[in-house]
Design a protein around this ligand. Sequence first.
Ligand code: 8X3
Length: 250
Amino acid sequence: MSKIALITGATAGFGDAIARRFVAEGWRVIVTGRRQERLEALVRALGGPEVACPLCFDIRDEAATRAALESLPEGFAGIDALINNAGLARGTAPAQDCDLDDWKVMIDTNITGLVTITRILLDRLIARRGLIVNLASIAASWPYPGGNVYGGTKAFVRQFSLGLRADLVGKGVRVTSIEPGLSESEFTLVRTGGDQAAYDRLYAGADPLQPEDIAETVFWVAALPGHVNINAVEIMPVSQSWGPLNVHRG
Ligand code: 8X3
């Protein structure tokens, strides 16, 4: 029987590409997100209900997450890989100009939602000697202006991943933090509140990472032999690098 991956936030960007890559490699997938029509279209594109199962819920809602997972058909109940991709950024303003509600949405999604589904599925993953891949960001390690709470949530995701490794030693469960840099996806439209001009400016001439690059990396991690754990992968486009540290002179 083929292995099963549950991919959160699969209605666009990285999640969509990861689902397509895993199915192309013979896995079956559970694809989750908030947009039912997109999930259904994705399931059709992936080859139908034999290979893909849609689960529509808001990852910030624990009761909805539990109910959705309990509703999984028997054929999709044994999960070998949890790909925690759902996450978002809201805004690029300095902290002192940010909307507190935007911060809470990022914390609720990137941290609370991620740990909730991980905790709910942990026993099943241990039983299958499975894999957890968490989508963090280069912002976990490299602070930049306007990154504030977004970077903080991704630092949590990276450190939570490493902590899981520490706790799960001896259980045969692999855990990886994937930390992408500049990537072209709907993520940026969400971050800028739908500002297409800002989206175009960000990517102009930059040759950013594409969702398929991240899918390739996630699948590489999954396909390695069971005794090999990739702890973390930081990945940038060649065009992206570090700037000098900032010194303000009064
Ligand atoms: C977002 C990537 O480069 O904007 O996770 O921090 S970057």
